[in-house]
Design a protein around this ligand. Structure first.
Ligand SMILES: Nc1ncnc2c1ncn2[C@@H]1O[C@H](COP(=O)(O)OP(=O)(O)OP(=O)(O)O)[C@@H](O)[C@H]1O
Length: 808
């Protein structure tokens, strides 16, 4: 049933002892029993009082009108649930509180009444409420003359616990102060009133609240939280109080959901899932938020529903017998109630008519906020020393390790509150601290009941518990009321976007309508909240058909019934396979029993070796935790790596582009420089020619104009001789490709030369005005002629601009 331990538990024999339960009796070590669940146990469960009422057999699945079942999975976000809640709230005007006395079939009447008689402390939002409860001596302690508690708890001071001088080796009086000390004679009601009531009621008001019991094994944690039929503990008292508060709060409407999980050997098990499924943790959207994936949450309408759920969970819980406790909790257990509430419609609308916001604007009719909070009650497994049972030892190591991590986390948080430099709080080192992370990091009101044994033999463990309690007192909380703003407006918007015409929308709406009707039946108001006797007292007589098929759920839809049938057929097929397998096994049974005995002895020896090996691996729990954490981080790392890879590709492309652009740029600059030098050369040549021409006294006047040679990757066509130049036979400028002469093909390497040496005289004859025309044979791209005119008239820069890259 329990995934991680199924193979182990399958090999273990169920508890066979039929001894009646003897509280505090220390059994002989050989009597230590292997781990089992309550289902197999003959030892009565501390929750046995839950079974009082045979009528409550629906195992906590909510009885709707008509007896259907409704479960809400926690996968939906709290906001989404609130939207549904808001939509589902019936528009009933607020009712005045009912003036009837409160009753409970779970908690004795005198205790229900006494619950309000005592004023509890106000729920603090900044400090952990720490109480220390000393258990009365048990039979074994009485027999060994330890009937007097080692602790002194003065009746005049309910905050002080003392270890007097001389008691068990202490040389001086030692005293500790806590919010509340609960001496051995204290009953559970007082423990509730002083150490839990304020937190339960704050949870009703929208604050997250956590109550947990911490202490050595057999020190009284389970007794404090669950109690007995005559002395119910904090869990039943809280549930009774929750429903009593709903009855007393006519101006609000409530929706309650319950879940129950167990942390066994670093594995989280859903105690309300029929398969006892293993759950995983992951980070939520908000910082520090931890999500329990797939946890079953059941809507509850009465105390009976809650009681049924607890009973169901208790059947699956891991308990076993240790040297110190006949029924020791071998796991940490978290019972959680999620409380959603909002103002009753009529009430909110009346209250807000004409009311203004702090900013002075008129408030919309109706209080649009929904409060969502959780009340978690945690029964921690007890820390323990080495026991005589190997199974217990393996569990004990896991338990001790997680409690050690809890201690470490608390001490780091306390250091942080004292402004000491804390770089890391090891929440991830155990599932327990991971689960508690949101609360411990300040998001909840916390009350801790630390339980200690009165015995001197347990002194060192008790001192360690007190030191943990002191650390808790230094932790600072920042709990705030949890409210979701205007969920109804959101759902109206969502609905408005949908077109009502399509078939799928209609189906969706019908499904939504059905869901809303189901939810409506869950809304608890001061008027409709079931009295604690629940619906069971008023059950209608069953019809003959229902009597014939008592197990059939007549309110199920055909599809659900078909699914059930299919599941039953599958189960049937599996069972048939199993029968066939067993038959074969039977047939293959060894004829020689002695050989079989030897075989089994070998097997036992092998198993012993495995067990010894397991024992050696003391760090097993941390490995399991590490594996889980690594798995969670690996997904994140893979995602980030994929992102990094695509960024790298993108960066490479960018780099290539940049390089290409830089090269192109360089080429352009080179071409530009080259073009500029060519232009300068031409200008110089022209200027020299013109200068000599203008100055008749120049000695070089009659000398030949030097030949202009311009080598460049020029298109030969650009410098082809003009037809007119060819005709008049003037030297002029032509294009040659080195020795190849004029006419080298387009795009080939060309040389711009004066095709014949021109004498200065010839040059001087050239009419300056027609210079352009003469040299017009130089067709500089599309602007040849104009370009040369510019040579004479424009500045060098202008020329460089003009002769752009398509010239040279
Ligand atoms: N205050 C009390 N008054 C009377 N009996 C008590 C009290 N506290 C504990 N006991 C009894 O002592 C025994 C051990 O208590 P309990 O099972 O609550 O211990 P625990 O701390 O939960 O142990 P573990 O960690 O092993 O589960 C039980 O038989 C319980 O009924």
């Amino acid at each position: 049933m329990f995934t991680p331990s199924s193979s182990a538990s399958a090999r273990l024999a169920p508890i066979s002892s039929s001894r009646p339960r003897q509280p505090f009796a220390r059994p002989h070590s050989s009597l230590a029993q292997p781990l089992t669940t309550d289902r197999n146990s003959n030892t009565p469960s501390p929750f046995s009082f839950l079974n009082d009422d045979p009528a409550s057999s629906n195992h906590g699945i909510l009885p709707r009108e008509g007896g259907g079942k409704l479960k809400i999975k926690s996968a939906t976000t709290p906001e989404a649930k609130s939207r549904l809640l808001a939509k589902a709230l019936p528009k009933t005007p607020a009712q005045p509180p009912r003036q009837e006395s409160l009753t409970s079939a779970w908690v004795p009447q005198d205790r229900v009444e006494a619950m309000d008689a005592e004023e509890g402390p106000i729920g603090e939002t900044e400090a952990v409420l720490v109480s220390v409860r000393v258990r009365p001596p048990n039979d074994a302690e009485m027999r060994s003359n330890q009937e007097t508690s080692v602790w002194e708890t003065p009746s005049w001071d309910e905050h002080s616990i003392k270890l007097p001088k001389g008691r068990d080796g202490v040389h001086q009086d030692r005293e500790w102060m806590f919010d509340r000390i609960l001496p051995p004679h204290t009953d559970n009601l007082r423990a509730y009133n002083t150490s839990a009531k304020a937190h339960v009621r704050s949870a009703m008001e929208g604050f997250n609240a956590v109550i947990f019991a911490y202490g050595q094994t057999a020190s009284g944690k389970t007794f404090t939280l669950t109690g007995s039929p005559s002395n119910p503990g904090i869990i039943p008292l809280s549930v009774t109080d929750l429903f009593a508060q709903i009855r007393r709060t006519p101006d609000r409407e409530f929706l309650l959901r319950a879940s129950y999980l167990e942390l066994y050997n670093e594995t989280i098990i859903d105690l309300l899932s029929p398969s006892g499924r293993e759950l995983t943790l992951s980070e939520g959207k908000k910082k520090g938020e931890v999500v329990i994936n797939g946890l079953t949450e059941c809507a509850v309408r009465t105390e009976e529903d809650v009681r049924g759920l607890l009973r169901r969970g208790e059947e699956s819980r891991k308990v076993g017998q240790t040297d110190w406790n006949a029924r020791s909790s071998r796991s940490h257990c978290v019972f959680r109630i999620t409380i959603e509430s909002r103002a009753s419609r009529g009430q909110a609308e009346d209250a807000n008519i004409g009311a203004r916001t702090p900013g002075g604007r008129l408030k919309a009719a109706g209080d649009k906020t929904t409060r969502i909070s959780t009340l978690s009650i945690i029964d921690l497994a007890g820390s323990e020393k080495h026991t005589s049972s190997k199974e217990r030892n393996v569990e004990g190591r896991h338990i001790n390790q997680s409690l050690l991590t809890l201690k470490l986390v608390i001490s780091k948080l306390a250091d942080m509150a004292s402004k000491r430099n804390v770089t890391h709080v090891p929440y991830r080192d155990s599932k327990l601290t991971r689960l508690l992370q949101p609360s411990l990091s300040g998001d909840a009101l916390i009350s801790v009941i630390c339980t200690v044994s009165p015995s001197a033999l347990n002194l060192s463990e008790s001192l360690s518990t007190l030191s943990f309690a002191q650390g808790l007192k230094r932790v600072v909380l920042r709990a705030e009321r949890k409210e979701v703003v205007d969920p109804q407006a959101l759902i109206q918007q969502d609905g408005g976007e949908e077109t009502m015409t399509s078939k799928s929308s209609r189906e969706k709406n019908q499904a939504m309508e059905k869901r809303l009707n189901e939810l409506k039946s869950l809304i608890l108001t001061s008027v409709n909240v079931q009295s604690s006797t629940g619906t069971h007292g008023q059950a209608r007589p069953l019809s003959p058909t229902k009597l014939t098929y008592p197990k059939l759920d007549f309110d199920k839809s055909t599809t659900d019934l078909q699914e059930d049938l299919h599941a039953a057929q599958l189960r049937n097929a599996e069972q048939e396979d199993e029968i066939a397998r067993l038959r074969l096994e039977l047939e293959a049974r060894p004829i020689n029993p002695d050989a079989r005995i030897i075989e089994l002895q070998d097997e036992i020896a092998g198993l012993r070796m495995i067990a010894a090996d397991y024992e050696r691996h003391l760090l097993e729990p941390s490995r399991k935790v590490r594996d889980d954490v690594e798995k969670e981080w690996k997904t994140k790392v893979d995602k980030l790596e994929a992102q990094l890879e695509s960024k790298k590709i993108w960066a490479n492309r960018l780099d290539e582009n940049f390089r290409a652009v830089t090269t192109e740029n360089k080429q352009l600059v080179e071409r530009c420089k080259d073009a500029e030098s060519k232009v300068l050369q031409i200008m110089e040549w022209v200027n020299t020619a013109l200068q000599d021409d203008r100055d008749p006294s120049s000695p070089s006047r009659n000398a030949d104009v030097p030949m202009l040679v311009v080598s460049q990757d020029l298109d030969a066509d650009d410098f082809g001789p003009s037809p007119s130049q060819a005709q008049n036979g003037l030297g002029g400028v032509g294009v040659g490709a080195g020795a190849a002469g004029p006419g080298s093909g387009p795009g080939g390497k060309a040389t711009l030369t004066l095709s014949a040496k021109m004498t200065r005289a010839q040059f001087s004859q050239m009419d300056l005005a027609s210079f352009g025309e003469r040299f017009g044979t130089l067709t500089l791209g599309s602007r040849g002629r104009d370009g040369f005119r510019m040579l004479r008239e424009e500045s060098r820069m202008d020329l460089a601009n003009e002769l752009d890259d398509d010239t040279f």
